[in-house]
Write a protein that binds this ligand. Structure first.
Ligand code: NDP
Length: 252
């Protein structure tokens, strides 16, 4: 039987795009990947100043980073940005972390609420990952990571749109591995529980804490550490997984 050799590792320079790098978890992921020596593209939807602050911080620690802004709900803007990003050299890592929620019980949910949440959380996965795949395949190395949510595993009242989008990411990932694994590209989903960032309102966090066996919120740096590990060569055989990082909320 023909044996496939392990890949030689990530190419130099290893360029990583993190969508939603202007947000709490995304910024932590950017810092983590930069510390690992990657050249990080810190994406913002609207808060370019926040992405630029992350870039400044990374550079002040001798890392490499640049900022970019585009609306993930705008297909033409995404295509233009991805063409600009992939033209000079392949992207080796894509972390689709950007996301939003817009909650309502399904019976009272407006069509726009459903669509906007699906656009940014799920459709944008196609918009940023698809243009990068041929480059990853050619260099025989790549990492695709989608940031999902515990809501994709447990469901959550008022979040049919969000849970559908986040579960859809896992469906995309488990199919993508069947297309790309032989080319040294892995794809995984991480599913955070309650993470201490601006996305979680104070009143909700206090109620929700009762659901967390660990008895505390997670830190963005903990999610970033998991994403960082999945981007290493040591994680080359982890493929197509949805990995919870939720203090035990959704075991197994
Ligand atoms: P933040 O609200 O801090 O960050 C959200 C990010 O998404 C921002 O960078 C924002 O960009 C970007 N974004 C939103 N809409 C768009 C858009 N239309 N176009 C481009 N970018 C957009 O959230 P977190 O850091 O907390 O969350 C990061 C990810 O983790 C999300 O996918 C979220 O669903 C997931 N998650 C978070 C949990 C938590 O407890 N915090 C729990 C489970 C999952 P900008 O601000 O520049 O507009």
């Amino acid at each position: 039987m023909a044996r496939r050799r392990r890949s030689a590792g990530p190419p130099e320079p290893c360029r990583a795009l993190v969508t939603g790098g202007s947000g709490g978890i995304g910024a932590a992921i950017c810092r983590q990947l930069a510390t690992a020596g990657m050249s990080v593209i810190v994406h913002a939807g609207s808060r370019l100043d926040r992405a630029e602050a992350v870039v400044d911080e990374i550079r002040s620690n001798s890392g490499q980073a640049t900022a970019i802004q585009f609306d993930l709900a705008d297909g033409a803007a995404c295509a233009a940005a991805m063409s600009e990003l992939t033209e000079p050299a392949p992207l080796s890592v894509i972390v689709h972390n950007a996301g939003l929620h817009d909650d309502a019980p399904l019976a009272g949910m407006a069509a726009e609420q459903w669509q906007r949440v699906i656009e940014v959380n799920l459709n944008a996965f196609f918009r940023v990952v698809q243009p990068a795949l041929l480059g990853m395949a050619r260099q025989r190395w790549g990492r695709v990571i989608a940031v999902s949510s515990v809501a994709a595993r447990l469901g959550n009242r008022g979040q049919t749109n969000y849970a559908a989008a986040k579960a859809g990411l896992h469906g995309a990932v488990i199919s993508l591995v069947r297309e790309m694994a032989a080319r040294g590209v892995t794809a995984n989903t991480v599913a955070p529980g309650l993470i201490d960032t601006g996305m979680l309102e104070q009143e909700h966090s206090e109620q929700a804490l009762a659901l967390v066996p660990a008895g505390r919120l997670g830190q963005a740096s903990e999610v970033a550490a998991l994403v960082g590990f999945l981007c290493t060569e040591a994680a080359a055989y982890i493929n197509g997984q949805m990995i919870g990082i939720d203090g035990g909320m959704a075991p197994g």
